[in-house]
Design a protein around this ligand. Structure first.
Ligand code: GLN
Length: 288
């Protein structure tokens, strides 16, 4: 009876402590062998969106990378910047275990706000249409309107705002019933390559991404995409604000990001903010 109680006690306390120790030791050995580093925060990006993020010599560089590094410095924390598919970033940040934040030229949108918090905005963009110089669209006034894309095959990076707006117009907007087709691609560059490969007629992408791609592909050109004005109103593009997406349970990370962005958006003596200068630098327009 006494023996049985002793055995039971051994199993319930000592064994658990012993097993915990073994587990900790085993995990330490695994982490050491696999060289798994611990980071305070994991921030996801999609490094195919120059000038905000792009690969250079196997390293991710860009405006968002500079912002994130500044946040790490300010918080005195370690941050791992991870390259993932664009389309998973918001859900991973919302989950909070896979990622704490997302820095990927992300536009603030209502559906995304349901899932994540956004920092203060740090850049304003509009959508552009990329097309081939040998298959020019009907151009008026240096811009296109959505109606100009009717009956064409359009492409965009899956899950980005260009893709979402394009789907909206085709499903229930001005392109509904016009036999306009849409295709999704893994990146804006791949969508642009699909024009040259005659898989699509036009690609839709954010302004700077479109300009960056066109700069490097002389057979392509790009123009802004406007919404036609109704009731005598002028045609206008829809402006989008970029911000950093943060998990809803990381207020300390969100406020550090906001502090850093506030500093970096402050105009200097030349009227340009640090963000303005970083954009020029990462577009390859300055050597700084
Ligand atoms: N600003 C766009 C969006 O949030 C595109 C961002 C990107 O392609 N990295 O959907």
């Amino acid at each position: 009876m006494l023996m049985a109680r002793k055995i039971k006690r051994f199993f319930s306390v000592e064994l658990i402590i012993f097993l915990c120790l073994i587990l900790t030791l085993a995990l330490s050995v695994i982490f050491f062998v696999l060289n798994i580093e611990h980071y305070d925060y994991i921030i996801e990006t999609n490094a195919f969106f120059a000038p905000f993020e792009y690969y250079s010599n196997r390293e991710i560089k860009g405006v968002d990378v500079d912002i994130v590094n500044r946040v790490a410095e300010k918080m005195d924390k370690t941050i791992q910047l991870k390259n993932v598919e664009f389309d998973v970033i918001i859900d991973n940040v919302s989950d909070g275990i896979i990622a704490d934040a997302g820095a990927a030229g992300l536009t603030i949108t209502e559906p995304r706000l349901q899932k994540v918090d956004f920092s203060i905005p740090y850049y304003t963009s509009v959508q552009y249409v990329i097309f081939s110089q040998t298959n020019l669209p009907n151009i008026h006034n240096n811009y296109l309107v959505w109606e100009d894309l009717a009956g064409k095959t359009l492409g965009s990076q899956t899950g980005c705002t260009g893709y979402l707006f394009m789907s909206d117009e085709v499903d229930s907007g001005v392109l509904e019933g016009t036999d306009t087709k849409i295709k999704g691609f893994d990146s804006h560059q791949i969508a642009a390559d699909a024009i040259s490969a005659h898989l699509i007629d036009y690609a839709i992408a954010d302004e700077l991404a479109a300009k960056f791609i066109v700069e490097k592909n002389p057979n392509l050109a790009a123009l802004p995409l406007y919404y036609s004005g109704t009731d005598g109103m002028p045609d206008e593009p829809a402006e989008e604000s970029y911000a950093i997406a943060v998990n809803k349970n990381r207020p300390e990370l969100l406020s550090a990001i906001n502090e850093v962005l506030t500093e970096m958006l402050e105009p200097g003596e030349d009227g340009k903010s640090e963000i303005d200068k970083l954009i020029l630098k990462h577009m390859g327009l300055t050597d700084e």
